[in-house]
Design a protein around this ligand. Sequence first.
Ligand code: ADP
Ligand code: MG
Length: 705
Amino acid sequence: MTRPDNILDRPIEYLKGVGPMRGDMLKKELSIFTVGDMLHAYPFRYVDKTKFHRVRDLNEDSGEVQLRGILRRVNVMGEGRKKRLVGRFRDDTGVLELVWFKGVHYLEKQLIVGGEYVVYGRVSAFNSKVNIAHPEMELVTPENTQLAETFAPVYSSTEKLNTKGLDSKNRRKLLRPVVDQLTLADLPENLPQYLVEKFRFPTRIEALRGIHFPKDARQLEKAKNRLKFEELFFLQLRLLQLKNRRKGAIRGHVFAKIGDYFNDFFSQKLPFELTGAQKRVVKEIRRDLGSGVQMNRLLQGDVGSGKTIVGLMNMLIALDNGFQACLMAPTEILARQHFQSISEYVEGLDIEVDFLSGSVKGKKRRELLERLEAGEIHILIGTHALIEDPVVFHNLGLAIIDEQHRFGVKQRARLWKKGKPYPPHVLVMTATPIPRTLAMTLYGDLDVSVIDELPPGRKQVKTVHKTENHRIQVFEFMRAEIKKGRQVYVVYPLIEESEKLDLKNLEEGYEAISRDFPQPEYQISIVHGRMKPADKEFEMQRFIKQQTQIMVATTVIEVGVNVPNASVMVIENTERFGLSQLHQLRGRVGRGAEQSFCILMSSFKLSADSKERIQTMCRTNDGFEIAEADLRLRGPGNIEGTQQSGIMSLRLADLAKDNQILVTAREVAMRILENDPQLEKEVHQSLKAYLAKYMKGIKGWSRIS
Ligand code: ADP
Ligand code: MG
């Protein structure tokens, strides 16, 4: 265990060379509170110190460069906010200007005119002259060891830190003695010896030395590899431990029998044969529901793969066992769609289905709540309103969450509390597939079912990319499809920061379409987020009933809307949508028997990322493939729902790239827990101690607070 005088637990200001002022800054700017925090704030990249650029060759595209030469002069120029320090730097090939806008006087004193420096920074162009702003400066001295390094780590920093002597160079100086003096007492090995040997990992201390002061690329790779494994492994160990613990401790309602509701539905109502994947998943869930342990299961499936019916069949099992069920959706429109389709599915089966959202008010709401508490409502479908305090179930047995946006931990906990005496079984359905690595971390403590097969006879949606100069052609195409009796969506982005502008886009678009598709021949619906729920609903209904042929909308129609007769999806300003959003939108068509089309409209000039998104959409209809591309393009931190989850604060591992390490880490963690569920064996004491000290904060998805 760690000693009380463990150097890593020492407050950062006591580290030699830091002091109170810099200590405060490190705490504020980088959340580095202890020496240990500093040790675990890894470099985010490395500079190859063996290569030098020449001033003569620099241009505005040079990027980050390293130069070696003499600092000829420094001058303070300008006044007030324009004050800056300008240096003239020369190597054998030319002269370059260096500029600092912050820490002017400090640097003026620090920098040695006439000294030989290694200069590192990003080249920028100003008035057709290149310069470097805020370069890192390192004086070349005989005893300067830094220059002997091949790789110099670069740490994340801020301008404030850079100008107060906490740039990468100084961070390295501060860390050097810490890293050199580390002992096993300060930093005990946290992995069992047999794993270190099996994977030929460096020791933990070697790994930390390797990541901060690598001698060569190979040592750096080995260090990174171990630290990434460690990070993912402990997270998996914790998540799997939570999962096992929950299964051991949290009892659930036993849905022992399959009764009339399920059987009647299956024999009389099911309008199609289930796909193989649907059957398999229904079985998996049924096994859970009968086991006496509370179910926490994630149901993944592509858009249109038929998750709703699977959800419904499980609700019927709950009903057969005398329990109520509910389905919670993130938006009013989606919730209403579910309400409608489920009501239709169970018509004539003597099942009471009802709907609750913020828009259900007054007497209607009071009566609904009374009937719910009395057990007269069997299935309640709705929005967040379901988890509010006044909503009391008679006996909630199963809760289904259709989540496009993740509901927060608190909201989920409230849902759990609606069940008596046990929490309800919980089935989470994702709106689009999520990459495997994300599922393993975000939902790592849940069981997972995957519907990996689409209902038969689905035609792939044909996707094309068009720009504004094809507008007439696109309108022509819409007219031809409408003539065949089909319906068309035209979707505009709506992103909160620019809501006003977006609304203007939508309204202008609506007018342009109205001009080209005049009444009475054409009828147009319009739906956007600023409308009252009742108005939205009215417009949606007109479209569903085929009273209108064109639906002009913002992304409110993104999830769940089901109008099988709609065969064309035109997406405007495609470059402003994310990949999973585009895939979701495209999923609104191709639901009927007709060939469907998705037209991605964009401006002519596109960023590399937008281009790749559009190409991905045109290339594939496979939601799992699209999810992987999305993760690669955006990085894990930007995928929906990941920010709220503490799980994602990984220091080193990257879920888009470290797939293999993650899979291995999870397998190893699983095997350990199979053999030693409580981590009681001597060889696993280091794991237990580490989990207790560092992983307590990870609560997992299915946390019950
Ligand atoms: P999602 O998984 O996107 O929620 P839905 O549950 O909305 O998909 O199903 C999409 C459509 O496919 C619905 O119209 C549904 O009735 C239909 N569907 C579901 N399963 C099958 C099946 N096995 N055979 C034919 N159609 C099906
Ligand atoms: Mg759905």
